[in-house]
Design a protein around this ligand. Structure first.
Ligand code: NDP
Length: 245
């Protein structure tokens, strides 16, 4: 018997560019209703317009994941409007890479705020709803940086190790109806590296980006996990360019 549930309601954070936008498009194309959240509203509105023009279903919401209350309000509003939230794709992230001896405290704090606390705010917002329903799916966009550390990635990798551990923690604490997936992309075409202010790290990214995956390849991995039958929990997918070592 096919226990697949089409037409889920999915909240994608950081949907205004890169992997988040591609994921929103991929999930909408598969028939799901996508709630696209981020801070750049103009980008979200353009995304919703594209999805709708292609026959999909989507809406945009203003969402800064560092604001726990705002995250809760967005989740509550989605549940009130649609009666349910089936999937949270916790994708919002920042990556201002630098060596530790550069001492860029503000950038370290920003990575912890968005990549770790942002994820925790999402979990805090959805978990009571998932628990009440006995169903729900958290998809965390971590990174290959959740498994390895290279020079300039200490803090970023630290936040992604944390994202991996927190997501795994939800899996081991949750009843069977709650599914948990960590996606670990390798280098992917997006705007992520644009925020790197450190010249050493910027230079290192140039070579990396030469063989980047299209964001749609990561979105396909998310779609694979989301579209499994309810009794199948894909816990982790590592997807990197074949040329990345
Ligand atoms: P982009 O920079 O293109 O996208 C990042 C997204 O995060 C944007 O939509 C941005 O939206 C959003 N964002 C940043 N801060 C906040 C915030 N405070 N609240 C809400 N949204 C926020 O990069 P990617 O698509 O590459 O990044 C997506 C995820 O993928 C990140 O978690 C990243 O760490 C991860 N990743 C990326 C890899 C890559 O090589 N590209 C590799 C491995 C993992 P806005 O500014 O509008 O709020």
């Amino acid at each position: 018997m096919d226990t697949r549930t089409p037409h889920k309601t999915v909240l994608v954070t950081g949907a205004s560019s890169g992997i988040g936008a591609a994921t929103a498009e991929r999930l909408a194309a598969a028939g799901h209703h996508v709630v696209a959240g981020a801070r750049r509203r103009d980008r979200l509105d353009a995304l919703v317009e594209r999805i709708t023009a292609d026959g999909g279903s989507a809406q945009a919401v203003d969402l800064d994941v560092t604001d726990a209350r705002a995250h809760q309000e967005v989740v509550d509003a989605v549940v009130a409007e649609h009666g349910r939230l089936d999937v949270l794709v916790a994708n919002a992230g920042v990556m201002p890479l630098s060596r530790l001896d550069a001492g860029l405290l503000d950038e370290w704090r920003q990575m912890v705020d968005v990549n770790v606390l942002g994820l925790l705010h999402g979990i805090a917002a959805v978990l009571p709803h998932f628990t009440r329903r006995g169903a729900g799916h958290l998809v965390t966009i971590a990174s290959v940086g959740a498994h390895e550390v290279v020079p300039t990635s200490a803090v970023y990798s630290g936040t992604k190790f944390a994202a991996w551990a927190i997501t795994e923690g939800l899996r081991v604490e949750s009843p069977a109806g709650i599914r948990v997936t960590t996606i670990c992309p390798g280098v992917t075409t997006s705007e992520l590296a644009d925020s790197i202010s450190d010249p050493v790290a910027r230079e290192a990214m140039v070579a990396y980006r030469a063989h980047a995956l299209p964001a749609a390849s990561v979105a396909a991995a998310v779609g694979y996990a989301v579209d499994q039958p309810d009794d199948v929990d894909v816990n982790e997918i590592v997807v990197r360019p074949a040329a990345q070592r």
